[in-house]
Design a protein around this ligand. Structure first.
Ligand SMILES: Nc1ncnc2c1ncn2[C@@H]1O[C@H](COP(=O)(O)OP(=O)(O)O)[C@@H](O)[C@H]1O
Ligand SMILES: [Mg+2]
Length: 382
């Protein structure tokens, strides 16, 4: 079966679109990536999207939901066109959408009690209408309704692709936020541990945007960071962030490591007389440290570390991670033949496939939900 997976991560850099061939039943799936592309948003759209995450009006949210639906539908169309595949041959689209807000910690509501919530935009009705293809979306909300964090959801795919009979593996996805999946050797699905470690590229991107006055969106090739020096005192201050000490299950987002955190880091850096390069270097070292430190929440040692997501393209970050793991090899998933940028999009293609078969692919021990649930909202195609 041909399935398209669509994803726009917390970096809000664009739509990742994967065309995936899936076969099989239960947790025994054969998964093959046959095409992958990223469709970046125009810079002005990205700016409005990031702005809406903290200061959006109800009208902004309403409009962006439909506009994102159109971007997702276009991404699906263009992917099919470049792969020379007709939409008639595609059975399903799994669309994650764009997280606008994520509030996994319960808030008290009178009469109702504790409420958790998460909001992904990118109207699936628009995607189904434009493509004619049955679309599954809103994967996180069902897990949240079942008492979970609604995140991370990619560990299921990590398990399908990377479990190993004799090696304990750690898969780390470095997107805007970083999340890790612990796959013990010979381990069954209920032995998986996974959670968000904290920022991935979010803090690095935010600082680069500030110090370059918006001319650069991220630290291409880790070049700025490699020219500076991490400031130890500032690192210690940053590492006191309460999220980093919280025990899993846990998940985070822009609410905790976005604009406000970045602005305070830049202020502290300026007060300490750091150069722009030192500041980016400190943010990169801080990010690497939070990822490596998260290993303290794991039940055992790991034999290898596999990196995916945009962060794998930052050599300075990769070098710092390897230094922190010392003798344990740290490699990009490309070394196993997978395109690390595509994994999240593949994950939502696989989730859609499982949803149509009634197979749960949330991991309650990972998200903290009361039970494993079949994820998503289904919008029929034509
Ligand atoms: N060549 C590169 N050099 C440095 N960083 C990069 C490079 N390519 C991508 N990135 C980083 O990866 C981020 C996008 O990663 P991605 O996995 O798409 O995140 P998300 O899932 O949050 O959208 C960019 O914002 C940037 O920080
Ligand atoms: Mg992205």
């Amino acid at each position: 079966m041909k399935v398209i997976g669509l994803m726009s991560g917390t970096s809000a850099d664009g739509v990742d679109a994967a065309l995936v061939d899936i076969q099989g039943t239960g947790h025994n799936l054969k998964i093959k990536l046959s095409a992958f592309r990223t469709f970046p948003y125009p810079s002005s759209f990205r700016v409005r999207l990031l702005h809406a995450m903290t200061h959006g009006t109800v009208a902004d949210v309403c409009h962006l939901n439909a506009a994102l639906g159109e971007w997702f539908a276009r991404a699906a169309w263009k992917l099919l066109k470049s792969a020379a595949v007709s939409p008639h041959h595609v059975a399903l689209i799994g669309s994650h959408g764009q997280t606008l807000h994520h509030l996994p910690a319960p808030r008290r509501e009178s009469v109702l009690g504790a409420i958790r919530s998460t909001l992904q935009l990118g109207e699936p009705a628009v995607i189904a209408e434009r493509t004619g293809i049955t679309t599954v979306a809103d994967f996180r909300t069902r897990d949240v309704a079942a008492g979970g964090q609604g995140a991370p959801l990619t560990p299921y795919l990590h398990y399908l692709l990377f479990r190993h009979p004799s090696r304990t593996r750690l898969v780390i996805n470095i997107g805007g936020i970083a999340n890790l999946t612990y796959l013990p050797a010979r381990g069954s699905i209920d032995k998986i541990r996974a959670f968000d470690t904290g920022p991935g590229n979010m803090v690095i991107d935010g600082i680069v945007r500030l110090v370059t006055g918006g001319r650069q969106e991220f630290d291409r090739g880790g070049r700025l960071a490699s020219r500076g020096k991490p400031d130890e005192a500032l690192m210690r201050t940053l590492l006191r962030h309460p999220y980093l000490r919280r025990r899993p299950p846990k998940s985070t987002g822009r609410e905790e490591f976005g604009e406000r955190f970045i602005a305070s880091l830049v202020k502290l850096g300026h007060d300490a007389g750091l150069t722009d390069a030192d500041m980016v270097s400190t943010a990169t070292a801080f990010t690497a440290r939070t990822i490596a430190d998260a290993a303290r929440f794991l039940p055992g040692r790991v034999d290898e570390v596999l990196i995916c997501g945009g962060g794998a393209r930052n050599p300075t970050l990769m070098r710092m991670l390897q230094e922190m793991w010392e003798d344990t090899p740290v490699r990009a998933v490309e070394s196993l033949g997978w395109d690390g940028r595509a994994l999240e999009a593949i994950a939502f293609a696989v989730s859609a496939y499982q949803t149509m078969r009634g197979v749960p692919c949330s991991l309650p021990r990972v998200t903290g939900a009361k039970r494993a649930v079949v994820l998503g909202t289904i919008v029929p195609g034509r």
